[in-house]
Design a binder for this molecule. Sequence first.
Ligand code: CP
Length: 324
Amino acid sequence: MRIQPIDLYARRNAQMGINMRHLMSSMDFSVEELDQLFDLANDIEKHMDKYAHACAGKKLATCFYEPSTRTRLSFESAMLNLGGSVLGFSDANSSSAAKGESVADTIRVISCFADICAMRHPKEGAPMVAAGRSSIPVINAGDGGHQHPTQTLTDLLTIRSLKGRLDSFTIGLCGDLKFGRTVHSLINALSRYEGMKFIFISPNELRVPDYVTDMLKEKNIPYEEVIRLEDIMPKLDLLYMTRVQKERFFNEEDYVRLKDFYILDKTKMELAGPDMLVLHPLPRVNEISVEVDDDPRAVYFKQVQYGVYVRMALILTLLNIKVD
Ligand code: CP
C-alpha cells in the first residue's frame, strides 16, 4: 500500500524548462508553502468577489473513476467561483476507461481539453502515473486507500482557521484507520508540526498501517493505540471521526461486523472538553449520531465550506495566477 513519492515528472519538466507542479500528497508542499496557501484561502473566504474572474478562460477537468460528492463538486464549485469552466466525468463507465483506455493515455487526451485536472481513482498511484504523462497540473483527488491530499488541506485549513494554529494538539483519529486514506494523509501532514500527539482509536482489524506508526517512531512523535473511544475523550483537543470504508473490504461479513463499532453520540460528547472539535471528512454513515450535529464543537459541515476555499487557493497556486 505504501507508495513512494516520485519526482520523475518534476525532473522531466525541469529538464524541459516547464515550471509546472502537481499535487500528489500534502507533503508536496513545504510547511511554509502550506501557510501561504491557507493565507490565500482565508483571503478568498473574506473577499470572494476579488477572485470572481481570476480563472476566466481556464478549464478544470474532473476525472473521477470512483464515486464522490464533496471532492468533485467542491472542485467544480471552486473553479466556477474563480470564473473558470469545468468538464469531466464522474464514473469510469461513462469514460473510455470502460473500453480499456489507460490512465496515461486519458491524461494526454485531457491535457488537450483542459488547463488543470483533478483525478480520483480506486488504484493507489494512478494519479501519479497520470502526472508522469501530463502536460497540465494533476491533483490527486483520492487514490485507493493511499492518499487524499486535498481533504488534508481542507482539514488543516479548518483546524488552523478555528483554532488559530496547527501545532501542539492531542488528536484522536477514530474508526477505519486501515483503509481510510484521509487519515493517512492527515497524519503525515500533522507530523510536521511541533508538539503533536496522536491517539489511534480503532478495532484491531482496522488499525493504522505499520508504515504510518514506523514514520512516527522515526520522528519520535508520541502516539497511542486504543480500542475504547470513551476512555480518551477527555484528553482530546481534536477528534477526527471516519467511516468504515465498505468499498475496500474483501468480505461483506467483516464489514457488517465492524461498521457500527463506533458511534459518537451526545453521551460520549459529554466526556469531552468544551473546546474539543469534531471533524469528519464525510460522508458519514452511522459513526456520528445526528444529535451531535447541533453541538458547536461539531465542525464537519464547516469543514466542507473550507474545502471550497482551499481548492480555490490550490487551483490559483498550481496555475500560477496571482490576484492583487
Ligand atoms: N471527503 C470526501 O472525499 O468525500 P467524497 O467521497 O464525497 O468526495
